[in-house]
Design a protein. Structure first.
Length: 268
């Protein structure tokens, strides 16, 4: 069985651990809870490419058997700096990923220190609350070039037939200075472009469109810096010739923006 891949909008900070935020993000929560149902059997591991981990020199691969927590946010209640998501790591899989990337000619290295950032633990505590599925991350590269991150996904594609769920974790709209009503128009415009590019276009057209994403309507207003969009490239590259489906779409999320998540490839 070949698992699909996902690009998810992961929500704001440690939202599952804050009842008021969790209530606001109920539609996102339901969409994340539905992903295990979509794929059927539990995956052997979850590989997350998070918008919150960048390295300059190489694609770093999390190799710790017990990854620590990384509280990479500020201004939240004190208890959110003590939460844990105790999923095991996957050192053998990390070595496999390192080999796949090296074979594809991509710079790569293992990282035994890195912990789970909130782009990983916030959605996964909703998807797999028992933390009983091994989890690891692969970093972005800080140049954020679409082409190399599409190549990252292509190199990871064999893992889909090995029971590994590949998740690109970011946000379809990420402009913290224009949340709420001021983000309504650019987020609507960019989301409309995403829907056309990812769901309605042919595979060849889709790859060309996302490579030139910055030309899309509302693109730079939605992503002044594209760290939360580039995980899409990895998820798409790993399922480049397969259809895309929108699995979460909300108008008025985070105080007024439009946000979406997508699946590439057939569900189980």
């Amino acid at each position: 069985m070949k698992l699909p891949t996902y690009f998810i909008s992961h929500g704001g900070g440690p939202w599952p651990y804050i009842p008021e935020m969790r209530a606001m993000m109920r539609q996102l929560e339901l969409s994340l809870q539905d992903i295990p149902r979509q794929i059927g059997l539990p995956p052997k591991a979850v590989l997350v490419i998070s918008g919150h981990w960048e390295e300059q020199d190489a694609f770093a691969v999390m190799a710790s058997p017990r990854p620590p927590m990384l509280y990479d946010y500020g201004g939240f209640p004190a208890h959110t700096y003590q939460v844990t998501y105790p999923a095991p790591g996957a050192p053998a899989l990390a070595t496999r990923i390192h080999s796949l990337l090296a074979a594809a000619g991509l710079p790569t290295r293992l990282d035994s220190q890195r912990g789970f950032d909130h782009g990983t633990f916030s959605p996964l505590v909703v998807m797999y609350p028992n933390a009983d599925v091994p989890v690891l991350q692969v970093s972005l590269r800080s140049h954020l070039q679409p082409g190399e991150h599409l190549a990252l996904g292509r190199a990871l594609a064999p893992l889909r037939s090995e029971g590994v769920l590949i998740v690109g974790s970011g946000l379809s709209y990420h402009n913290l200075r224009r949340l709420g009503p001021s983000g309504r128009e650019p987020s609507e415009a960019f989301d409309g472009w995403l829907q056309n590019a990812l769901v309605k276009s042919s595979p060849a057209e889709r790859t060309a469109l996302v490579t030139d994403w910055a030309s899309a309507p509302g693109a730079r207003q939605s992503h002044p810096r594209e760290d939360h969009l580039i995980p899409l490239m990895a998820a798409l590259g790993a399922a480049e010739d397969e259809p895309g489906v929108c699995v979460y779409h909300e108008v008025g999320a985070l105080g007024g923006i439009t946000a979406s998540s997508f699946r590439f490839g057939a569900a189980g």
